[in-house]
Each structure stands twice: as structure tokens, then as C-alpha cells.
Design a protein around this ligand. Sequence first.
Ligand code: NAP
Length: 261
Amino acid sequence: MTIGIVGCGNLGFSLLNGIRLKDENVEIIASKRSIKEFAHLQSPKTLFTASNPELIKKSDIIIIALKPYNVISFLNENKQYFDSEKHTIVSVASGITLKEMGAELGDNFDVFRAMPNTAASVNESITAISLKNDHLNREKAIIELFNSLGETIVIDETLMESATIVGACGIAYVLRFMRAMIQGGIEVGFDAKTATKIVSQTVKGAAQLIITNGTHPEEEIDKVTTPKGCTIVGLNEMEHSGFSSALIKGIVTSYEKIEKK
Ligand SMILES: NC(=O)c1ccc[n+]([C@@H]2O[C@H](COP(=O)([O-])OP(=O)(O)OC[C@H]3O[C@@H](n4cnc5c(N)ncnc54)[C@H](OP(=O)(O)O)[C@@H]3O)[C@@H](O)[C@H]2O)c1
């Protein structure tokens, strides 16, 4: 089984790294118009090419990680190399629908959409998956592939834009939140490196509490807010300044933007 990644940019390279981290024996071929930067990474099991036809011919699963505006032209220019029996096609591009891809390739292709995030590079992505047709029962293989890069959920395609905002853009929202916490940590006495370490492990721990205990965040918050204590006054001050509201408004604004495209 060879996995092809068309468009080895930010997300494509994250996927490549995550697949490699999980299993060094998987054969991967990744494309980009300029591959000079990857010369030192070329190996018998990890090929980089500037030729999409070569990638398609060598791959079984083809992950399209191009910018959305390049996806349809890529399919159009290369459709003669695709084989519906051999190839499973997964697009991770936002906004390109299964119908649009099916219109280029034909209805006999099993086409998937997946929305991972850059934490795939450390096998901690959440990937939302939708599919069109599953003539050859490949859904399980695609779910397994993305399970190896973190967690997966299968969703209706109508929710793909929402998944893009909450899961893929979500990484940026959480990182900005972390940056603010680190800045606060510096203000109360830590150097940047120590503050980063404390904040990173605290965010990881908070996420793990919810994942392991299956609790609502507020239930875990109740456990650390002593009446009249320092946590609750800080939290309430954040809320007076619009903390939750700012996050919700940001998510809705991102969603409105993606919907308009
Ligand atoms: N970044 C994220 O966090 C994220 C998360 C979820 C989904 N996505 C989706 O993933 C897709 C890629 O996003 P990105 O942020 O990774 O963009 P990106 O960094 O710009 O990656 C796209 C890559 O495609 C390459 N490329 C352009 N034309 C090509 C062609 N004809 N053949 C082969 N490669 C080509 C570009 O390199 P050259 O110019 O050298 O060819 C570039 O490295 C987008 O559709 C986005 O919606 C991104």
C-alpha cells in the first residue's frame, strides 16, 4: 500500500510526518512543484516528486492536500492517470465538495473528504471524514489511516465546514489562547521557556481530563474553584472582559467566512 500526498505543504507535510512517525515501513510519495527543500529526506520509502502523474501511478491512496483553488484543475489535468479500481482518493481541501470531485472523476470512484489538523504530525489530529460511494469498502481503510494520526469522526458532508472551523482552525485558536497564558505566566514571574512548559502540560492535562473522565469542562472547573478563591475571581474577570464571548464570536466569524467562499 503506497500513500500519495499531492501538495506537500503545511498540512501535507504534517500528514507525511504523522504517517512516518506511526509506521516507518509505509511507502509514501509526496509531490510539490519545488521539492529541493526535501532532498535530504528522500529515501526508498519516502519519495518526493514534482510529477503528479508519477505520484498517481505509484499510489493506492491519494491524499489531495492542495490549496482548494488547485484541486479541480489537478483532477482535470490528471484524470487520465486515475484508476477507480486501484485508487482511493481523499481530499483534505476545505470547501471542495464530493460532488465537485465526482463530476471531474466520474461516479465509479470512491472519493472521500477528510478534515485533519496539523497535529497529525504528532499523531494527535482530530479528523472528520465524509464519503461519496463506497463501492470497494474502503471506508474502513481510510478511517484506519486517519486513526493512526489521532482520532476520527465520520460526519455528514454538510458539517464539513463546521469541522474545518472547530477542528482545523481550532488548533490556531487554542495556540493563541496558550500564547496569552504564557504571557500571563511571564508577567507573574516565569521565564518564557518555563511558562511554555507549564502552560503546554496544563492544556494537555485539561484535555486529558475531559477525554478520560467524559465530563463537561464546567464540572472539572468546579473542582478547582474554591469559594472566594483566586481561581474564580480570575475566571470571572476573564468573563467580564468577554473571554467566552470572544471565542464564540471568533468561531462564528470564521464560519461565516468559510460559508461565503
Ligand atoms: N494548514 C492546515 O492547518 C489545514 C488543515 C486542514 C485542511 N487544510 C487544507 O489543506 C490544503 C493545503 O493547505 P496548506 O495550509 O497545507 O497549504 P500549503 O502549505 O500552501 O500547501 C499546498 C502545497 O501544494 C503545493 N502545490 C501547488 N500546486 C501544486 C501542484 N500542481 N502539484 C503538487 N503540489 C502543488 C505547494 O507547493 P509548490 O508551490 O512548491 O508546488 C504547497 O506546498 C488546503 O486545501 C486547506 O484547506 C489545511
